[in-house]
Design a protein around this ligand. Structure first.
Ligand code: GAL
Ligand code: MG
Length: 975
């Protein structure tokens, strides 16, 4: 061990879990942004091999805020889920421990003479050591909360000071920051310097109730020690003055514990006709608090935005302002594909705007306090936030939960989060962290929160999972992860339920996923006691990586395209792509948006499930409309009717939305006289924003509920004389097809198929490489019957095609007999390939976005058209993609030439892509795919649901493809 004269190094704080900080100021909620000097920008930087290695090498530069792991520092990101990136057991860390030394000069304003000067570091992963002009200042841990240090005695106003921030990557704290995400190092949030009067606000606690009562409790200190006499507070809320609570002052003065150095005062007011805050109606009031000296001059000011609302658990219901709300939530990490963990307010606004547009009303800040700006945005745009402390000891959860050396860290992290975020109306629930077993440390932290903030419930999955019905643990909510919906329903019906049941994680969004989301929600909405949950998760954490040298592209890399595809010369990296030996591969890509925030199709499913307006059904001559919001009428929305007939007719009419209170329904007259002809008919209500919202301009589409007005009327396709061309193998010859229609039982495995073990089973059965053998080809009156078997697996699959010439083409009737050995396959269907030049698909069926049998509630039936490229979703690890559910007929055509027209016997799963299932299966990243010239077309008799088996329940039995005989028929024409 090298010894160092520097006490911060000599103490080896990176191996001392008891030491959570040294000389750090207490966390508080006073707003210090006004007048602060931002220290963001380029800092001198060097990366040491270990914290006790000597500084003295060459300086480069690093940008703050930012992780050095995405800044060409030589140290790269590493992705692990549960496994710690090093083998050392807690509280130890490896000897090879990248340590970043950041240094810069700061000119301390001369005007700050006599003031108290504070340095704030927004976030440092995972240990921060602070020096000023070579002198030790302090230490901090807790990678996702800021740390403040009083520099008054160390700096000279008017002079230049050197600030050094040393960040040690691995420490005892890494063991409790073992979240499923990339490991980075660096100063990932802004650094600033500010000054206050010695007499200052030490903390401000705002309590604003739905009835308009406002109470602001302030703590006042003086850096010189004893408080000067005569200080007092004033405040106003949107111009309404607050009064210092005389009764509070009187009681305080009489209290013998009254302090000479900690001032406490309360300001109150009652707002008449207050406009309450909810996620649907996020009304905010501007609050200013002023601390005055005895002579009336202002010593300190803090500004806040206040939302009036109540959060309460009554029985097994979580109530906001007395209403039992649904939690339509998502888990959100601070993530950006270029900067790793540093996020700008603009990017966060884009995240939240997108979430609002797709029907989300809640965020769990998985698994640490998110960037402070996130909470301001949640207040402003309207989200219910579960604020989660930065504690996850996943790999060594059990040992750490009972290791007394760590108790301080648990309480420290939870209490600091509460102290920072307590004034945000959006924060409705505190969370003690994630996946850290359940130990005494949790009860200690829970005790702290419950005492300090009795106004909000508390949750911790690790406690509640032991018994959902317990009443004495560290959780006020049963908040399981990935619990099968049947179990939740059974619990709610058991008579044992004692507290709300809101899943902290559900519907794992890895790859092509989120099957059965609609079933989950129909169970929630029909089961008292269930209130929803948080989808795992928002982001696919693909890091933008240069293909030329394998390095992260970083902050100064190319602009993102926004369509899900990485810019040219780049790809989205996942675990292992930076050469990590220990990693968890693509498991990091499990969000509802691709790394450039392009929405995955699953988001449209969510949007429809969360629709504020729904069609409840059709009653004689009328359509029943329902308002599914909790607090708003429909007056901010606008509707338009559309009628789609199978024959291609589309009619439009304006819609008058009824004046409905939340939870109410009303019938409105049918907008169209249904034409006699035209076949199957669907009525769609397109709902858009009428009154611009902070998250959506007017005209933004919010949902497209629909109802079927008439079922299909089959049009017979009589045979005609003529001949169908087949080759000696019985394979269809067709001028527009480059590969004839054959049977397939394989799809490029989704992440759910792979991790759930289905894909391996299918491989064992040989379904990815069945070979076709013709058995017989018979012709009878122009009609050809081809019998074939598909071999290679444990049993043969018999397949028959009957090809009949019909007006405009050929009818293909198919039958496949799946032996009992093939218990559950991906699909039974036909695949063929077309000539080049057919680039546009028009279809009547569900769309326009991708849909699958168990993810088809959000894709309305209608006439849709897209380019073939637009049909495909570039999931990070290539897999089955681009499917459309419930397709009745489609045309695949080029700009001039005619194309292929397919009419199906009944609504079926169809996909048209540039890739064979084998192409997708073989590629590990999207950029490895080489699009084919023609199209690969799948028409499925049956297609397996997607489920969520990469982490959680598989699809429901009703969406499986069972053995036995499958029959389907289709007409292949030219059109
Ligand atoms: C949960 C965990 C998340 C994430 C997810 C799988 O168990 O809380 O952090 O790992 O599983 O993606
Ligand atoms: Mg974990």
């Amino acid at each position: 061990m090298t010894t160092s004269p520097d006490p911060l190094i000599a103490l080896r704080p990176w191996e001392a879990p008891e030491l959570t900080s040294w000389n750090r100021l207490p966390m508080n909620a006073v707003d210090r942004r006004a007048g602060a000097i931002p220290l963001d920008g380029d800092w001198r930087f060097q990366l040491l091999p270990a914290p006790d290695a000597p500084v003295g090498g060459a300086w480069s530069t690093a940008y703050v805020p930012g992780a050095w792991t995405v800044q060409d520092s030589g140290d790269l990101p590493q992705y692990t889920n549960v496994t710690m990136p090093f083998p050392d057991i807690p509280p130890h860390s490896p000897a090879a421990n990248p340590t970043g030394v950041y240094e810069r000069e700061v000119d301390v304003p001369a005007g700050w003479a006599g003031r108290r000067i504070v340095l704030q570091a927004g976030a440092a992963e995972s240990v921060l050591l602070v020096h000023v002009d070579g002198r030790p200042v302090g230490v901090s841990k807790d990678s996702h909360l800021s740390a403040e240090f009083d520099l008054t005695a160390l700096v000279r106003p008017g002079a230049r000071t050197t600030v050094r921030l040393t960040v040690v990557k691995w420490s005892d704290a890494s063991h409790i920051e073992d979240q499923d995400q990339w490991w980075h190092g660096g100063l990932t949030r802004s650094v600033l310097l500010y000054a206050t009067d010695p007499l200052h606000l030490a903390d401000v606690t705002v309590r604003a109730r739905r009835d308009g009562e406002l109470r602001v409790d302030c703590q006042v200190r003086d850096a010189r020690g004893t408080l000067p006499a005569g200080w007092y507070l004033t405040g106003d809320l949107d111009g309404l003055p607050l009064a210092q609570d005389a009764e509070f002052d009187r009681l305080n003065a009489e209290d013998e514990r009254v302090s000479t150095f900690l001032g406490e005062a309360r300001l109150t007011t009652t707002v008449p006709e207050v406009r309450p805050w909810t996620a649907e109606t996020p009304h905010l009031y501007a609050l200013t608090i002023r601390l005055h000296r005895a002579d009336g001059t202002i010593a300190d000011t803090s500004r806040h935005r206040v939302g009036f609302r109540d959060v309460k658990i009554v029985g097994r219901d979580l109530l906001v302002n007395g209403e039992r709300i649904y939690i339509r939530g998502v888990n959100r990490h601070d993530f950006h594909p270029s900067t790793g963990r540093t996020v700008s307010p603009e990017d966060m606004r884009a995240d939240l705007t997108l979430l609002k547009r797709f029907g989300f009303n809640a965020i769990r800040t998985a698994h640490y306090p998110n960037d402070p700006a996130l909470y301001d945005l949640a207040d402003e745009l309207g989200f219910y936030v579960v604020d989660e402390a930065d504690i996850e000891s996943h790999d060594h959860a059990h040992e750490i939960a009972d290791d007394p050396r760590y108790v301080n860290a648990f309480v420290d992290r939870v209490s600091r989060m509460v102290l920072r975020d307590k004034n945000h109306p959006s924060v409705v629930i505190w969370s003690l962290g994630n996946e850290s077993d359940y130990g005494a440390h949790h009860d200690a932290a829970a005790g702290w929160v419950r005492h300090h903030d009795p106004t909000r419930p508390l949750q911790y999955e690790g406690a509640a999972k032991l018994d959902w019905a317990a009443t004495d643990d560290a959780s006020d909510i049963a908040c399981p992860m990935y619990a099968p919906i049947e179990e939740c329903v059974a619990h709610a019906r058991s008579g044992r339920q004692t507290r709300p049941l809101i899943q902290c994680e559900y519907s794992h969004a890895m790859g092509n996923s989120n099957g059965t989301l609609a079933d989950f929600w129909s169970a929630v909405e029909s089961t008292p006691g269930l209130q929803g949950g948080f989808i795992w998760e928002f982001w696919d954490h693909g890091i933008l990586q240069r293909l030329s040298d394998g390095r992260p592209a970083g902050r100064t890399g190319p602009a993102l395209r926004g369509d899900g595809v990485a810019p040219p010369g780049h790809r989205w990296a996942y675990g292992g792509d930076f050469g990590e030996r220990v990693h968890d591969g693509p498991f990091i890509a499990d969000g509802v948006v691709l790394p450039d925030r392009a929405p995955k199709p699953a988001l449209y499913e969510h949007r429809e499930i969360a629709a504020p307006v729904r069609i409840e059904g059709v009653e004689q001559g009328g359509v029943v409309i329902g308002n599914h919001q909790h607090f708003r009428t429909l007056d901010w929305l606008k509707g338009e009717w559309r009628l789609d007939l199978a024959d291609g007719t589309t009619l439009y009419a304006p819609a008058d939305l009824p004046d409905l209170r939340p939870g109410r329904t009303a019938a409105v007259p049918l907008p169209f006289e249904l034409p006699q002809e035209g076949g199957e008919a669907w009525l769609t209500l397109r709902v858009t924003v009428a009154e611009a919202q902070p998250w959506a301009p007017s005209g933004t589409e919010l949902c497209v509920p629909q109802v079927r007005l008439r079922g299909p009327s089959p049009v017979p396709v009589p045979p005609v004389s003529g001949a169908v061309q087949v080759d000696a193998e019985g394979l269809l010859r067709h001028p527009l097809l480059t590969a004839p229609p054959t049977l397939t039982l394989w799809r490029a495995p989704t992440d759910n198929d792979e991790i759930g073990g289905m894909a391996d089973r299918w491989r064992d059965w040989g379904l990815n490489a069945l070979s076709r053998k013709v058995v017989s080809v018979r012709e009878e009156a122009g009609r050809i019957t081809v019998e074939a078997v598909y071999t290679g697996g444990p049993a043969d699959v018999r397949h028959r095609q009957v090809l009949t010439p019909v007006a405009g083409g050929v009818r293909i009737e198919e039958e496949a007999e799946l032996p009992a050995e093939f218990g559950d396959v991906a699909r039974v269907g036909t695949v063929f390939e077309t000539v080049a030049g057919l680039d546009r698909l028009e279809w009547f069926g569900q769309g326009p976005w991708e849909s699958y049998p168990d993810r088809a509630a959000g894709a309305p039936v209608g006439h849709h058209a897209l380019l073939v490229e637009e049909l495909f979703t570039p999931y990070l690890r290539p897999q089955e993609s681009g499917g459309r559910h419930g397709v009745r007929h489609f045309t695949l055509a080029g700009p001039e030439s005619g194309g292929v027209r397919v009419t199906l016997d009944e609504p079926r799963q169809v996909s048209v892509t540039r890739y064979r299932a084998g192409d997708l299966t073989a590629a590990a990243h999207h950029d490895e795919l080489v699009p084919r010239q023609g199209c690969v077309v799948h028409v499925d008799a049956a297609h397996r649901g997607l489920g969520t088996a990469s982490c959680g329940p598989d699809t429901s039995p009703g969406y499986l493809v069972a053995p036995g005989v499958h029959r389907w028929s289709w007409v292949l024409g030219e059109g």
